[in-house]
Design a protein around this ligand. Sequence first.
Ligand SMILES: C[S@@+](CC[C@H](N)C(=O)[O-])C[C@H]1O[C@@H](n2cnc3c(N)ncnc32)[C@H](O)[C@@H]1O
Length: 214
Amino acid sequence: MFESKNKYFGRKKGKSFVRLEHLQNRLKLPTKKIFENILAPRVLEIGIGDGEKISEDAKNQDHINFIGCDIFADGVLRAIRNSLDHNLNNLLVFHLNIQDILPFIPDNYLQGIRVYFPDPWPKTKHKKRRTFNDELVEILTKKLTKNGFIHFATDNSDYFLKALILMKQFNFQLTNIRPDSWKYNEFNALNTKFEKKALDKNHNLFYFSVLKNY
Ligand SMILES: C[S@@+](CC[C@H](N)C(=O)[O-])C[C@H]1O[C@@H](n2cnc3c(N)ncnc32)[C@H](O)[C@@H]1O
């Protein structure tokens, strides 16, 4: 398995790993060629978690090519299993830190980027571990095409505000964003594992969708 030089502090394997372990030989390492061969529209999801959301979306939206990554092995292997079970040719997932994939992704390449419930690291001394930070956003902005979008969701209000400020700094179009449009409702439900967990805990949920219109 690929050993990342980029530090990560979260969980790397879960209970389902033993059942999915045999799929490890299907894991791919990123290369420039792999990305050159993926047709637009392309959507990158950072932190696919249990791998079900990206698999479901790839199944239901076969005109979009989905690229996902996570450091958590179970979800990546589950997405591989789902893509084999359902013959999905539009889903490619990497068991890697996003930082290890970015050097292979061409500039002006992605039509969309999704970051759903990134690890919140709520303690002040841990906030520097957050994935969605200025360094990452600077690179992601280059990878997006004109009119490319970023979708972001969290149940941590501090993370949400910091992310929104970053979007403003990088000149993303924030029109249509009003406080009441940030709240969860049945129409913006993502149905990811961590969204469900947050709902069970009665947390407030916050979402934004912004456009790079330059
Ligand atoms: C709180 S979980 C949310 C998972 C999923 N998006 C959801 O909504 O259920 C955050 C996920 O992001 C992954 N993650 C954290 N930092 C990452 C990074 N730098 N690159 C790739 N994945 C990362 C974690 O391993 C974890 O699976």
